[in-house]
Design a binder for this molecule. Structure first.
Ligand code: HEM
Length: 504
């Protein structure tokens, strides 16, 4: 026998041994997950309890949130969606998972976010969304003034400028109701321009130039890509994620960084105070020694969080209204009887539109901008969540999509019914309104909530005041045809707009 033969034989034996070890490891993991894991008594489908691969696959293909909702329908308010992962639809879970925690394990004031879900790429500097607790509370304090009511009053003329421009463009382009317009894009351009100005001191000129800025496309690509990296990390393949990022993501990030860096440099050169969303961080830049990269990461997150979500809700509300003529009629009646002219419509006056608020809340329920993926990791030895004892190290979450469509929380959960949110509604209802927490709760909840409502009310009021709207045939079943990563992969929402003044 030659040396080569012996080597070949050995290589074959090593490969067989390695394969056998992998199979034994996989089988024992599955047996452990099913029969010995601390979560073994929680209900869920056998495949999800046995391996994380099914959750990871669904997450990366944009269908995970929909599947989890179906599991809740079948198994109840708590479901084991992965071997080490529970999803809850009991509203109490909002407080137990995301709420402030006083005197809890290890002096922790919050249940921490897991790097698996929020820091899938290690090389990208953290921002407010994924910073650790200390850095997060510093950033949050610094930003809070820019999001206060008094700041919003100062920011109103800037917001109104873009809303005016949106309306002007829609009048120019609508061809008196003969040319359908993709409102999903128009909303996105508007919210993007507004937040661009509120962060960088200049808009992305989407409305001005009637074109999508490369950032808009990049933001969504990064969200989709993020779902895949989370899925890989979920399976313990973080090193693969880092390699894929180095090969594919790095050059895209570099291109985007150039855009951000130019805008940021120009923002940092502004002399004196600018009462916008970013001023609080800019002011403390030197005192806290915040690097340019960290500033840039926070600016990116503010633009993403402040544009996508608001545009999504406006699109969802418009679609749902146009698919429910009786609700549209009520809203038209409310808006058109409340104002004599467009000059009366402002952030203060739209606050009084109670039916509009109910419409927006119902849209946030049926089409939540963040469908899922706000997972936290149970600290210490374990915690009680919605009456269940959950072992330390478990991923726990409330998924908006599942919570908002739960038959335990809502009467007719799939029906668009804004009335359920009206306090003076005479109809008896079993709706648990506290189940809707579109902006999350606790120390990491949405800091932009008031801004979002102000922007959405203003834009919707202006549209309803100026136009009659009709959904184009190609935009029927608009929600059902989309995927979520876990932000929506929105498809065009084509609408015919007829100026009210030009109606025969
Ligand atoms: C309908 C509109 C919006 C919805 C539904 C929404 C929803 C949310 C949710 C669910 C979170 C928690 C994320 C987490 O736990 O990881 C969040 C965080 C955040 N949102 Fe919003 N958001 C909206 C609009 C806005 C706007 C207009 C801004 C302004 C820039 C904004 C800025 C932020 C920021 C900075 C955070 C991180 C807060 C922190 O970690 O302390 N959001 N948002």
């Amino acid at each position: 026998m030659t040396i080569l033969d012996t080597l070949g034989q050995n290589a074959g034996q090593y490969a067989t041994a390695a394969l056998t070890l992998i199979v034994i490891w996989q089988v024992s993991t599955i047996i452990y997950n099913l029969y010995f894991h601390p979560l073994r008594d929680f209900p869920g489908p056998v495949l999800s309890r046995a391996s994380g691969i099914f959750w990871a696959y669904r997450h990366s293909t944009g269908v995970q949130a929909f599947h989890t909702q179906k599991l809740h329908d079948k198994y109840g308010t708590v479901v084991r969606v992965g071997p080490n992962h529970l999803s809850f639809t009991d509203p109490q879970a909002w407080k137990d998972i995301y709420g402030h925690r006083i005197g809890s394990v290890g002096n922790m004031t919050e249940m921490p976010k897991s790097p698996v879900f929020v820091r899938s790429i290690k090389n990208i500097p953290p921002s407010i969304i994924n910073a650790d607790r200390e850095e997060h509370s510093m950033l949050r304090r610094a930003l809070s003034h820019g999001f206060s009511d008094s700041s919003m009053r100062e920011q109103e003329p800037l917001i109104a400028k873009y809303v005016d421009l949106l309306l002007q463009r829609l009048h120019q382009k609508c061809d008196r109701g003969n040319e359908p317009l993709n409102l999903e894009t128009w909303y996105n351009w508007t919210t993007f321009d507004v937040v661009g100005d509120l962060v960088f001191g200049q808009s992305f000129q989407c409305l001005e130039k009637v074109r999508t800025h490369p950032w808009v496309a990049f933001i969504f690509q990064s969200v989709k890509y993020g779902a895949t990296t989370v899925a890989l990390n979920y399976l313990g393949l973080s090193p693969v994620t880092q390699i894929i990022f180095k090969i594919g993501g790095l050059s895209a990030i570099k291109t985007m960084r150039k855009y951000i860096n130019d805008l940021l440099t120009s923002r940092l050169s502004v002399k004196g105070d600018r009462n916008d969303l970013f001023e609080g961080i800019v002011k403390r830049r030197e005192e806290w020694n915040i690097s340019f990269e960290r500033l840039s990461a926070n600016a990116f997150i503010l633009v993403l969080a402040g544009s996508e979500t608001t545009a999504t809700t406006l699109s969802g509300a418009t679609y749902l209204l146009l698919s429910h003529p009786e609700a549209l009629e009520k809203l038209q009646e409310e808006v058109r009887s409340s104002f004599r002219s467009v000059d009366d419509i402002n952030i203060n006056s739209v606050n009084k539109l109670s039916y509009m608020l109910a419409v927006l809340n119902e849209a946030l329920r049926l089409y939540p901008p963040v469908t899922s993926s706000l997972a936290r990791e149970v600290p210490g030895k374990g915690e009680h969540i919605a009456g269940h004892y959950v072992a330390g190290g478990t991923f726990v979450e409330v998924q908006h999509w599942a919570m908002n469509h739960s038959k335990e929380n809502w009467t007719d959960p799939w029906t668009f019914d804004p009335e359920r949110f009206l306090a003076d509604s005479k109809t008896p209802s079993d709706n648990k309104l506290e189940a809707l927490q579109a902006f999350s709760v606790g120390p990491r909840n949405c800091i932009g909530r008031n801004l979002a409502y102000a922007e959405m009310r203003l834009i919707l009021a202006r549209l309803i005041f100026d136009f009659d709207m009709k959904l184009a045939d190609d935009s029927k079943r608009w929600i059902e045809r989309q995927k979520a990563f876990p932000l929506w992969d929105r498809i065009p929402l084509n609408v015919y707009l007829t100026p009210v003044a030009s109606r025969p």
